[in-house]
Ligand binder design. Sequence first.
Ligand code: ATP
Ligand code: MG
Length: 389
Amino acid sequence: MTNSIRNCILIHYDEIAVKLGNRSWFEKQLAKNVKNQIKGLPFSSIKRFSARIFINDIDITKANQYMSKLSSVMGISSIHLMRDFKSEELDIKKNSLELLELEKDNFQTFKIFTKRQNKKFLKTSQELNAIVGEVICTKLNKKVDLKNPDIELRIELVEDRAFIGHQYNTGFGGLPVGCGENALSLISSGIDSPAASFKMLKRGVQLSYIHFHSAPATGKESIDNVKKIIDKLSEFQSSKKLFLVPFLDVQKEIMKKAPNKYWVILFRRAMIKLSCLIAKKINAKALVTGENVGQVASQTLSNINVISESANIPILRPLIGYNKKEIVNLATQIETYKISILPYEDCCGFFVPKHPETKAKIGHIKECEKDIKFDLESLSDNVIKKWSN
Ligand code: ATP
Ligand code: MG
């Protein structure tokens, strides 16, 4: 009987594998996210077994599309394009040779890497590496290099199947989005908040976004940029819920009543208060910001303290200890950087005084807030209403 060969994608994940108690729940969420991500591309089934996910009977001519889409699914550590057939030694040798023969002009040195989950298979991983390696050396006249090979052929023996391939992508790792409850991310069109959002998505947290704008005093660019950023971030989670808050009236009231050195802190506290109201309505358990100690005047520990005091849910600040360069590198990697550097007027930057307070005291700030009158509750209602229409 001939051994029929199928094309599949084999996915490895890292952190989920150690979550023994509720591993199956994490795996199901990951499989669901994988399915969502390859919507529109052909496959026969998605199966989970032996700490792997398999996408069966893919269209090999679209291999690059599967690979690039799956690279953005949080929780995945690597994605391998594989031939899948019954694990017979002869067929393993034959398929290994065929696959590497197709690449023979592109490599001189190679390595065989075998992972043997099926302990009933009669050869050990080392033995199989040697057997297949020998075939490639003699038939294709290539050399083994275990440290720095031009190509690595991977063989995985799982249950009674053999999976063989050399094309793979690495993923971001972390946890599948949807495993970590919901949070509301305060997103400006700057460099930091998109990177902060990414860090939380990578921890499995599902995000909604909120953006404050000062239109018509500032242009629409910040809104357009934020929409582009969220489109980019939606590659990592399917939802794109964005709450847009017209913030100019609140800012005008603050500017009318408070000394200008406090404006930015008061703007931030109003943003946080309004975000908490919205978070409560959408069942978000925390806020996320791109704040970072010492980066700008508003981000001293004293000011962060005063800003945090206005929240009644936790504010997560995943970039708090990052250097600017590290943030820029991350934003470049996730491709939000080039959108963030497009010109726009920031709703707070536009009104920033020359000497903002860097060591705010909660007593002074609360005293100022007594005179400032705005109805955040109805503003939050309007924002939600607008979104749901
Ligand atoms: P970013 O690059 O994210 O704009 P930043 O270094 O410019 O950050 P700030 O402008 O002080 O720092 O903002 C601190 C955080 O407050 C931002 O990372 C973001 O989470 C939030 N934030 C600032 N402006 C807005 C806005 N207009 N809408 C929503 N959130 C905002
Ligand atoms: Mg900013």
